[in-house]
Unconditional design. Structure first.
Lengths: 450, 438
């Protein structure tokens, strides 16, 4: 009798241990049985101007999935083979200034035949409105079809069809970013109106909530947190050592005006130095434009916070995190990461999207917020592989030992610049310097491509 | 002789027990309490005995009772058995582990005590009360190499002391301390390679100070209440040492000529960069109670407090100006005051021989956030055994086995500009002390 009791006890213990092993990760009240990520390029794992499997494999949703489930497979994404779509940007030389160009060739979709929607439904270039309405690509460079696959359903519809048990939502970046990266603020075109954002964000969050899924919602970083906006100074040093102020469409640039990264090639050609040959409107983000975008981002974020609270979602404050990165920096094992272009370690060659380390850092922001909200103990992502990388340090650059120029005098090749702007959701008519489609250039109606 | 202790003795024991119970849990750090092999055999529970020349370190009050000239010279071999590290996420991650080189350090001690007359006594001690060496294996692969690959702290005290025998059983001692110290820090310098968007090593930073000095004092009381009970109180002041020296970044070429050219414009490689730092060493106080359990058996319990909160941060300030400097930094420590508890048993087995046994529980002053490869500390448990022989030339030997509690870090100070380095440290050490008395 006594022995039987011991035996029963051991069996019970063994069962408990087995059950424990199957649910090794404590996710608290969040359930990651079916996790779906909604969003834009940041959620897709887009990096250095491209959607490519090397970065997709460590997109922040993929990292969250691995940590929250303990599984390394089962999270499906619309992967694209090396060198990506379009070819991922790379730095080929630091001389005379940094030269950044797309890797030649094009990657191919490698997961188009998946017999269900992807778990990572994020579409590069997507705006909030697109989640609700868009079902197919609207231009050759638009990757929507890669993700939605002509099924006639939106990102939101496909993502919620599972139905999911947990959803991460990081949307609205392109609603503000296109105004910054294009240097042109047009309410309702490059900048989504506050009213539209409020209404549509509530619709999206409501749709997710109606499935019963728990949520993590990230807010929108300030555009002045990204090297695309902050890298190039409004002062330029001429070969004779003289320091001059660059000229924009409205005369000499003032404190608070930003020169966008894409102006680099023109400045290298001498544009902007004389008032007679000013930088284009699309190459300058004036203080007034930056303030208008900032106000709008603040509004979006107030809405996002309110909705997250209403829906009991974990709020991921990427705005504060990126602001901290651009001021104090983030320190890891004696290495300081900043938002500096090329040498900060967080942003890739497009000046907007994170590096592999940056995405790991973002994943940990999500995990921290999810743990805090839902009482779980999901382990953080191991950042060491992203800190040290796997590539050799002897890279493709030419071997001339000439001192490099300032890291801000960089050059994008024209192809790199065009791909980049399109992938950032900048309307094609701005990128290609065409008149706005179908209406007067400065008061277009309708909405540009997202 | 077989009295079980006076009323006063009982009262003191009670006070000491209360003090133990109420003490904030935390005195290890980089202090080296092993400054005499007799005391070491009793795990340092010696404040209420202080009856050999190492009294100059353990309790200057004992100097009052010195009746003949004595010299004492010895050394403690600190031998690391194990000092390893297992990483945790986010950095350096659970797949990363490392170990330190086996430490082998030899902090020496030497003492001279001498009566001036029956009331006044003189002593001169040379002690090494602090010291540190941490050195990681395979430093260029160690994930913590941007924090520390090797750190060395050397300290030597010169300690002239005067003893006053106030009554036949009550003595006071007061000393001056001149401390000489140098510090060495080594770490690698990281850079985010713009070609690979990952971190590479661009140099090895070596920072070494000259010997610099600081001054302090010490005092002690020893009261031999009766044949079966004595108590002692000892204090050593805090001492600040301001170091000056040179730092040097020994360049590691990246293999990319363009990148090397860029870095040459940003980092002053391969030249001496004047640098300053400082350490305020803590003050220490010990209260010891010794009880004769029998004519041959003596038990002592000590309570020791160390004011480690002086170790707040290590500032590293470059003074060479433009082109001869690196960015200033500070390594936050924010240590707390800490206690340790020592129990020693002395067994006199013959007219010239003694066996000693001891146990010490040494609480770390280091908050979790401050644990890093430069100095991973932990609570420590030590057991000791010692033997002493008296004669024309006497000797003491002692052996200590010291186990550090497993210690993990999963937090970072908000003012830390070096960043997360999470994981678990395990350390064991063996100490062997020899002291000759003549």
């Amino acid at each position: 009798m006594h022995r039987l009791k011991i035996l029963a006890g051991l069996l019970a213990l063994a069962l408990l241990l087995t059950a424990g092993a199957a649910f090794a990760v404590d996710t608290g009240s969040a359930n990651f049985t079916k996790y779906v990520a909604l969003g834009d390029s940041l959620t897709a794992g887009f990096s250095s101007g491209s959607i490519v499997v090397t970065y997709q494999a460590n997109s922040y949703p993929a990292l969250i999935y691995r940590e929250a489930t303990g599984k390394t497979t089962g999270f499906e994404q619309p992967t694209v083979s090396v060198p990506g779509l379009p070819g991922v940007l790379r730095l080929v030389s630091l001389v005379p200034g940094p030269v950044i160009t797309p890797t030649p060739g094009q990657g191919q979709p490698t997961n188009l035949n998946l017999q269900r929607p992807y778990d990572n439904m994020a579409i590069p270039g997507a705006r909030l409105h697109d989640l609700l309405t868009k079902t197919q690509s609207t231009s050759a460079s638009d990757p929507t079809d890669l993700v939605l696959r002509h099924l006639g359903f939106t990102q939101l519809q496909q993502g919620l069809s599972f139905p999911p048990t947990f959803v991460s939502l990081w949307i609205g970046n392109n609603d503000a970013l296109a105004a910054a990266t294009s240097g042109i603020v047009i309410d309702g075109v490059t900048l989504t109106t506050a009213e539209q954002f409020d209404a549509e964000f509530r619709i999206v969050a409501g749709a997710i909530a109606s499935t019963g899924a728990k949520m993590a919602i990230a807010n929108i970083p300030n555009v002045t947190s990204i090297p695309f906006v902050t890298t190039i100074s409004r002062f330029v040093t001429l070969p004779n050592g003289q320091v001059v102020t660059l000229n924009g469409p409205n005369g000499p640039l003032q404190a608070g005006d930003f020169v966008l990264l894409t102006a680099g090639p023109d400045i290298a050609q001498g544009r902007g130095i004389s008032p007679a040959n000013p930088l284009a409107d699309s190459e300058v983000l004036s203080a007034a434009e930056a303030a208008a975008i900032q106000d709008r981002v603040n509004h979006y974020n107030a809405t996002i916070t309110a909705v997250a609270n209403e829906r009991g979602a974990a709020l991921v404050d990427t705005n504060a995190a990126l602001r901290n990165l651009s001021t104090a920096g983030v320190h890891v094992g004696g290495v300081t990461y900043t938002s500096a272009f090329l040498t900060g370690g967080v942003f890739g060659y497009d000046g907007v999207h994170p590096t592999a380390f940056g995405y790991g850092y973002v994943a940990n922001l999500f995990i921290d917020a999810i743990n805090a909200k839902f009482g779980g103990d999901i382990p953080p992502v191991d950042l060491r592989p992203f800190v040290f990388g796997t590539q050799s340090t002897t890279v493709t650059a030419s071997s001339t030992g000439k001192a490099a120029g300032q890291l801000t005098d960089f050059i994008f090749t024209n192809e790199a610049r065009r791909n980049l702007l399109l992938s950032l959701g900048v309307p094609k008519w701005i990128v290609d310097n065409e008149p706005a489609p179908g209406t007067k250039p400065h008061h277009p109606r309708g909405r540009g491509k997202g | 002789m077989q009295r079980r202790g006076s009323v006063m003795g009982r009262a003191l024991v009670f006070v000491a027990l209360v003090a133990l119970a109420a003490a904030p849990i935390h005195a290890a750090g980089f202090s080296i309490f092993e400054q005499g092999s007799k005391a070491m055999g009793m795990a340092g529970a010696f404040t209420a005995q202080a009856d050999d020349p190492s009294l100059l370190f353990h309790n200057a009050g004992g100097l009052a009772f010195v009746t003949e000239r004595q010299f004492s010279v010895g050394d403690t071999w600190i031998h690391g058995l194990k000092a390893d590290f297992k990483g945790a996420a986010p950095f350096p991650g659970p797949n990363n582990s490392a170990e330190q080189k086996k430490l082998s350090a030899f902090p020496p001690h030497a003492y001279w005590v001498q009566p001036i007359n029956t009331t006044w006594k003189f002593g001169f001690g040379i002690e090494t009360p602090f010291g540190l060496t941490t050195e990681w294996e395979n430093p260029d692969q160690f994930a913590g190499r941007f924090l520390s690959t090797k750190a060395v702290l050397q300290v030597i005290d010169l300690n002239p002391t005067l003893g006053w025998q106030v009554t036949p059983n009550f003595g006071i001692g007061v000393g001056a301390i001149a401390r000489f110290s140098k510090v060495e820090l080594n770490r690698n310098v990281p850079f985010n390679n713009p070609f690979t968007l990952s971190v590479i090593d661009i140099g090895r930073l070596h920072l070494e100070s000259d010997y610099k000095n600081g001054y302090g004092w010490n005092a002690g009381i020893l009261h031999k209440v009766n044949n079966s009970f004595s108590w002692g109180l000892s204090y050593r002041s805090k001492i600040k040492v301001e170091y000056e020296g040179d730092a040097r970044v020994n360049r590691i070429l990246t293999g990319n000529a363009q990148l090397d050219a860029l870095l040459a414009t940003r980092v002053p490689f391969d030249k001496n960069l004047p640098v300053k730092t400082e350490i305020e060493f803590p003050d220490e106080a010990s209260l010891g109670l010794a009880f004769a359990l029998s004519p041959n058996l003596l038990l002592e319990t000590d309570f020791n407090w160390t004011g480690w909160s002086t170790f707040d941060e290590v500032p590293i300030t470059f003074t060479g100006g433009t082109g001869n400097s690196l960015p200033n930094t500070k390594i936050p420590q924010h240590w707390d005051d800490a206690n340790n508890y020592r129990v020693g048993l002395r067994w006199t087995t013959g007219p010239t021989s003694q066996w000693r046994f001891g146990y010490v529980y040494d609480e770390t002053p280091q908050p979790e956030e401050a644990i890093n490869p430069l100095l991973p500390d932990a609570n420590r448990n030590g057991v000791t055994i010692g033997y002493g022989h008296t004669g024309n030339i006497g000797f003491d030997v002692a052996l200590m086995y010291l186990v550090f509690d497993e210690r993990s870090r999963h937090k970072t100070f908000t003012d830390d500009d070096e960043g997360d380095f999470f994981g678990t440290y395990n350390t064991h050490a063996l100490l062997f002390g020899v002291t000759l008395n003549f």
